[in-house]
Design a binder for this molecule. Structure first.
Ligand code: T5A
Length: 215
């Protein structure tokens, strides 16, 4: 727990990323780590403004690449204002969504040239790759039902929840594809597990991949 690490959580809608972020943070804090939990899009005041515009659907009519640019603009500010300073001070950073969300959502949605998306990613993160990415794998029907059950009366679906089930199935496949291509960074977790069991599985991955490596 002497030095911080950068962990990202990824997966489809309602997979349980925020719930897992809270559970992981608690375990790390109990182990004596100082940490920052954050999310994308968002995590800094300017990025939260961009989040609001994207999720309200105000960028949708400009097309998927424009949305990718907006997510990237938010990410640049988030990295500069929050993630890099937190890591420099020795904190762990747990981020709910990061680059893989852009690869998967904007890639699948807009069929944007993967080479172009990769160039945008490099320019955006400037080498700041997560050390560990936990991919929460779940049947999208279950995830969307969880997200719907949580919605308050009168609250509408956001920009991406409103896409078709076929789209959400493609997202799941795309995440599994990333995990297969980058096994050194990614660990796939069964997000159908109850929250405590999922947190145990995540905790094992953190210890195996990061904590033991430090000792
Ligand atoms: N996006 C984002 C892009 O398109 N490109 C990008 O580059 C980025 C960064 C963000 C949207 O933007 C898109 C992806 C998204 O569509 P958001 O509101 O942040 O929007 O949406 P999500 O990240 O999908 O967050 P959600 O809140 O919908 O889902 P979580 O965080 O995965 O789920 P969580 O923990 O809030 O749980 C949902 C419900 O399920 C229950 C919880 O109690 C809660 O009610 N739950 C469980 N139930 C059973 N078993 C478990 N293990 C459970 N874990 C949680």
């Amino acid at each position: 727990m002497n030095r911080g690490h950068f962990i990202t959580l990824e997966g489809g809608e309602g997979a349980g990323k925020s719930t897992l972020a809270r559970a992981l943070s608690q375990r790390l804090r109990e182990g004596g780590a100082s940490l920052v939990t954050t999310r994308e899009p968002g995590g800094s005041p300017k990025a939260e403004e961009i989040r609001e515009a994207i999720l309200a659907g105000r960028i949708k009519s400009f097309g998927p690449f424009a949305e990718a640019l907006m997510f990237s603009a938010a990410r640049i500010d988030h990295i500069d204002r929050l993630i890099k300073p937190a890591l420099a001070e020795g904190n762990w950073v747990i981020c709910d969504r990061f680059i893989d969300s852009t690869r998967v959502y904007q890639g699948v949605l807009g069929q944007i040239d993967p080479g172009l998306l990769a160039e945008l990613e490099q320019a955006t993160i400037d080498g700041l790759m997560p050390e560990l990415t936990l991919i929460l794998d779940l049947d999208p029907r279950i995830g969307l039902a969880r997200a719907a059950a949580r919605r308050r009366p009168g609250e509408s679906v956001d920009r991406f929840e409103g896409e078709t089930l076929a789209f959400h199935r493609k997202l799941r496949e795309a995440y599994l594809g990333i995990a297969k291509r980058e096994p050194g960074r990614c660990v796939v977790l069964d997000a159908g597990l109850p929250p405590e069991a999922l947190a145990d599985a995540a905790w094992s991955a953190v210890n195996e991949r990061l904590t033991r490596r430090d000792s």
